[in-house]
Structures are given as C-alpha cells and as structure tokens.
Design a protein around this ligand. Sequence first.
Ligand code: AVJ
Length: 342
Amino acid sequence: MEQNTRAVDGLGVRPGTRDKTGFALVRLPGSSRSSGLDRDVRRGFAGPRKHLPPKYFYDARGSLLFERICGTPEYYPTRTESALLARHARGILDQVAPGTLVEIGSGSSEKTDHFFAACEQLGFCVRYQPFDVCDEALRAAAARLRSRYAWLDMELLVGDYAVDLPALPYSEGPRLFLFLGGTIGNLNHDEALTFLAALRGAMCPEDFLLLGFDRIKEKHVLDAAYNDAAGYTAQFNLNLLKVLNTRLDADFDKHRFAHVAFFNEDEGQIEMHLQAQCTHEVSMSRIGLVTRFVEGETILTEISRKFTPEGMKALVEAAGFRWRRHEEADNGYFSLALVTPT
Ligand code: AVJ
C-alpha cells in the first residue's frame, strides 16, 4: 500500500491514497530523507566548523525524545505556547474562519487540540493537513486525533519544509497555516527569509499564518531549557549519532561525544553541539567518508534563535507578510504572531 503514496519522479503525487492504517498520506518529494543526508554530511563535515541540519534528529526515537523534552520543567516553550493557544484559539479561528489548518512541523499535534476544541465550541468543521518529516509521528498523531475528534478530515503530508512548500496539495481555504513551537528559530536569518518567502508563495491572499516564536530572555532560563536535569535533551542530541550510524553505516560512538548547549548572547541563539571527548576518527562506509575529530571539537547540530517582537515583525515583513495580531505570555517568554500575505 505504501508504495502507492510515493511521489512519481518529482512530477507530483497521487492525492487521496491511504496508508494501511487508513489515513490519507502524501509523500512529498523531500520525504526521501536519506538522499539529502549524503550531501548534508559531506558539506557539513568538510570545513573547520562541522555542522548538520536539525531535521535528522527526527527519526521515530528522536521524535519521541522531543516529546519528552517538552514535558520537562525546564523546557518552558511548549507549555507557554500551549497556554497561549488555549487562550486565543477561539479568537484566531473567528478572525480567520478557516476551511483548512495546515501545520508545518506538526510532530505530535498535541497543541493543535486547542484549535479542534475551539472548532467544536464554534461549530466549525475544518480539515487538517499535518506536515512533518517524521511519518511515524504523523501516523501516531493522526490515530490519536481520530479517536478524539471523529469528525476531523485529515490528510497527512510527509516531507521537508525546506523544499516541499511548492508541492503542498491544495485544500479548501481560507487556510490557517501553523508553524508553532519556535521552529522558525532553527533557521538562520537568510534561511528564515527564504523559507518565509517560499511559504508566502504557496499561500493565497485570503490565507493566514500563525507563527510561534521564542523570545530573548535571561541566559540562565534559556541555558536550563536546553540542559534539562532528566537528560532528555542530551539523549535527543546524541540520538543524531545513532541516526548517522544507521543511515550511513557509520561507527560513531556516543560515549566519545558530549551534549553541549548554551545561549550565545551575541548571536541571540541557542547553539547545540556534540563535542568530541577525545581525538579519534569516524568512518561512514555508505558514503566512503572518514572524518577526524580532535578532542574538544564540536558538531553544531542545531541553532534555536530567540526573538524580540520587533525583530520578528521586521523578519516577516521582509518576507512579504503583514503583521496582523500579536499575543504574548504574561512573562514575555513566548509569542504568537498572526500574519497575512501582503
Ligand atoms: C522543535 C526546533 C522548536 O529549538 O527549542 C528542543 C528543538 N532542541 N530542545 C527548539 C529542541 C532541543 C526545538 N524546536
């Protein structure tokens, strides 16, 4: 069954096919996860400052570990954003009156429940298109939502938001696009501009985008959020080595690396690294690559930028959006911005 949902040579996808669990699932061209990996690893390990894109964190185990992080007392973004959504979902739905919710980087879709609950209160019936790089997470979210909101019509989209926005299958508008959790912070300034401009290009004039973004705050709060005492963030970071071992037939030893994360105040971003604890070589058989690590050297595995509302407003405006509404937590830890194509 699954083969039927695959993209045909990038020419397009067959919409409406169903996977074996009964959900409509579309594989967008960027969903073949390992094809980009070869290039990203070669490029990321070539220079003096090794780095990898964060999307490779999210295999089945990585997605589960991220859910664990969200439940830790130190990681405030999830619960802060969830409280904001609980408070404002109804007002936002009233303003947008959407036919479809399209969620980019939907993961477990748990916070999205606030919208579905508000739909029930308002008597709205929306369609839901969750879009994620991890198909296991999409299926688990869909199964949970199906049992809770039997009326909800879902179409699961597996893909990479960096390349697949032009290929998004259309669904009835107005569409409310959701990009929550502060994931916009994973992109540097240029990448964020490119991403937002591509998203705007995929949107119709009547569509809206709700952006969740994390705010600049005291360094100790940020440092703690990426160094939880239970160690889930460290496991999440180190899981990347397992992903590389599996996909590249590599011999990374997680005991030779340590999780390092800190808020870089000059750059306004969390930087998450894997730091080599000794000088050694790692081979990646599948791509015929051997890389040497010297003691103390790191792989930059993720940036997570933090914003001021003014900074975010300037960014979305530079990408061609109009700022329509801004809601923030009382402690200023997290914000939601509702924007439209200009
Ligand atoms: C899913 C990208 C929003 O940047 O805070 C959490 C990922 N990494 N802890 C973030 C993450 C380490 C998270 N985003």
